[in-house]
Design a protein around this ligand. Sequence first.
Ligand code: SF4
Ligand code: SF4
Length: 152
Amino acid sequence: MDKLFCIKCGECCRKIPVNFNRNLIYRDGIQPLTEDFKEILSPVVKNGEITYCICKYLRENLCSNPNKPEICTNYPSSPFAYLPDGCVQAGNVFIESEKIKQRVRKLKEEIIDYNILVDTISNKFERNGLLKIIDRHKKFIEKYSEYGSNDW
Ligand code: SF4
Ligand code: SF4
């Protein structure tokens, strides 16, 4: 994803959404919360299951962590990255997530068409070929299920 110049507001290190019950962090997409990362977080405010945390290494809006974890180095790289309000990357992330959503919708349409075809094809080889494509499409859709792909 093309990244815009980060304005270094520090918000993405000041309001990190975490679900401590499920050990999940909502940062570059939904990621497992590692013990190492948990140690550098300080809870600030809780909203339902989500606790917003500040990173202990945030100094004057900049990262002071000499061993910046991988979870931070490429952020935001996921089309489903969680961004704080006002982040300049929001437009890019939105565009990338829309591309994935459009792809998922197209694959769902194709699955419907192929399922109809499967019922009409008697050739076993062609039939199996279509079933494999349907399976691949479903796997792609499933990959984004945690972001709501079943409802797109
Ligand atoms: S380690 Fe650095 S980049 Fe990562 S959350 Fe902390 S301050 Fe931000
Ligand atoms: S919130 Fe966005 S603009 Fe601000 S420091 Fe993080 S990535 Fe940069």
